[in-house]
Design a binder for this molecule. Structure first.
Ligand SMILES: [Fe+2]
Ligand SMILES: [Fe+2]
Length: 457
């Protein structure tokens, strides 16, 4: 064990040291990374992650201290210390690319004491997916803060892109690509934190939040589908920009409450083609992303708009955007529509399966969000009302919940997280269980920020 552990760290150190002397593609940089990857593999047969920490000036991997320091190991430890990384976690599934990028990150980061959320955000941006860094405690909280920041910057990117289009300028595709990479990294690391933010439904800013939400939801589905990194980015960018063509429409038409006239609907129908044209002028946009933006209203049964030619083959990712688009629209309150609970939305979507939506994807979306998606308000058998704050570990079992109202309907001073597995001492059976969902509109004192506060436990 001890020598295996030392081998892993020595390889990391060797690669880092050689990176100071040779270009990234040089075998002396690349070979130790591959060696490290091979040396890590046996550890993952019986555990899902491996923790590397620096404690009291000693490198410790999985609790095994490494005393015999070579010069490259010393350099490695010094870099961790300077950047301010108390712990690095290698997850099962870590790739050669992850390790290579991580070593490059250590090499290229020149600042001292970088805050953990910033390190996380950079690693996500670089596309490192199976190496995490942690400040050891409050990690969940950190994730939520980071998710919030990432959501905020995605919102900014959309606002800027739409403003550019309105001013006759071409939006910067690199920005969309960057922010989608960040969101994708966050969805992989803490899906609940990212999905909780899609609950933000801002009526005035509907188009902006809607765009980011569709992107996040598509990324979650894309991850469940096991799509490759580049496919996921493509789909996320399509989600972010799917309605960019609406900027060409008159604002009062987009915001019009109630039903549209035939002529108005004809106008709305132009936005996928407009979007396709705008994306054609942008850099960093994959061809498939462009196609998906054009196809997002064609519907699964091909009866939508623009009406596809009989021989037209639709991009499979267009169906993913359609499902995410539908879910977010249904759960948002607009002037002409009440917001549905996540479950009501999924129920409606089940009826649309095979018609406008791909039935397999509706099912996958349900699975991907869990039986009780994050943010769902539920009534417990104790008659308390709670909000779902996390999906069950591994997708099975009970979700995480926080109680918002006591059995008499009085709001608690602060959300109280409870464990649904906790047994009742007398019967041995779980003390609390979910009876069903509750319409959040029945509980006006709960604002979305209250729910988010509960989710961010
Ligand atoms: Fe649309
Ligand atoms: Fe949309």
């Amino acid at each position: 064990m001890e020598s295996a552990v030392a081998g892993v760290v020595r390889s990391l150190g060797a690669s880092l040291k050689n990176l100071g002397l040779y270009p990234t593609t040089h075998p002396l940089v690349r070979t130790p990374v591959e060696k490290c990857h091979a040396e890590l593999a046996p550890f993952f047969t019986d555990r899902s992650e491996l923790v590397l920490t620096v404690s009291d000036g000693t490198l410790v991997l999985e609790g095994v201290p490494i005393f015999q320091l070579t010069s490259s190991l010393e350099l490695f430890m010094a870099r961790l210390g300077t950047i301010g990384l108390p712990a690095v976690i290698f997850e099962r599934g870590v790739s050669v690319e992850d390790i290579e990028l991580f070593v490059r990150f250590l090499h290229e980061t020149r600042e001292q004491g970088v805050p953990i959320p910033e390190i996380k955000s950079r690693l996500a941006r670089w596309g490192v997916t199976h190496i995490r860094v942690t400040a050891t405690e409050d990690e969940e909280n950190d994730d939520f803060t980071l998710a919030r920041e990432i959501y905020g910057s995605a919102l900014n990117v959309v606002v800027r892109a739409l403003k550019d289009v309105r001013n006759g300028k071409t939006p910067d595709g690199a920005e969309s690509d960057r922010v989608v990479r960040e969101m994708s990294g966050m969805v992989s690391r803490n899906r609940d934190a990212m999905l909780a933010l899609t609950l933000i439904k801002n009526f005035d800013e509907y188009t902006y939040n809607h765009s980011v939400n569709v992107s996040v939801l598509s990324l979650a589905v894309g991850e469940t589908l096991g799509l490759s990194e580049s496919e996921r980015i493509g789909i996320g960018v399509a989600g972010l920009l799917h309605d960019v063509g609406k900027t060409q429409l008159a604002l009062d038409l987009i915001r019009k409450p109630g039903t549209l006239t035939v002529d108005e609907f004809e106008e709305i129908k132009k936005h996928p083609e407009e979007g396709f044209a705008i994306l054609g002028k942008m850099t960093h946009i994959q061809d498939s992303t462009r196609a998906v933006v054009r196809e997002h209203h064609m519907r699964f049964d091909r009866t939508g708009y623009p009406r596809p030619d009989p021989e037209h083959r639709m991009n499979a990712h267009s169906y993913v955007i359609a499902v995410a688009d539908c879910y977010d629209a249904l759960t948002t309150m607009r002037s002409y529509q009440k917001a549905r609970t996540p479950q009501q939305a999924l129920e409606i979507m089940r009826k649309l399966a095979g018609k406008s939506l791909d039935p397999d994807l509706v099912e996958l979306m349900e699975r991907s969000l869990g039986v009780y998606p994050v943010g769902t308000m539920v009534r417990l058998n104790t008659m308390e009302v709670a909000v779902v704050t996390g999906t069950p570990d591994g997708g099975k079992g009970e979700p995480k919940v926080a109680i918002l109202f006591d059995r008499s309907g009085n709001p608690l001073p602060a959300p109280q997280g409870v464990d649904l597995k906790e047994p009742d001492p007398s019967s041995g059976r779980p003390r609390r269980m979910i009876l069903g969902t509750v319409n959040p509109l029945m509980h006006p004192p709960v604002s979305m920020s209250g729910i988010l506060q509960a989710v961010s436990f």
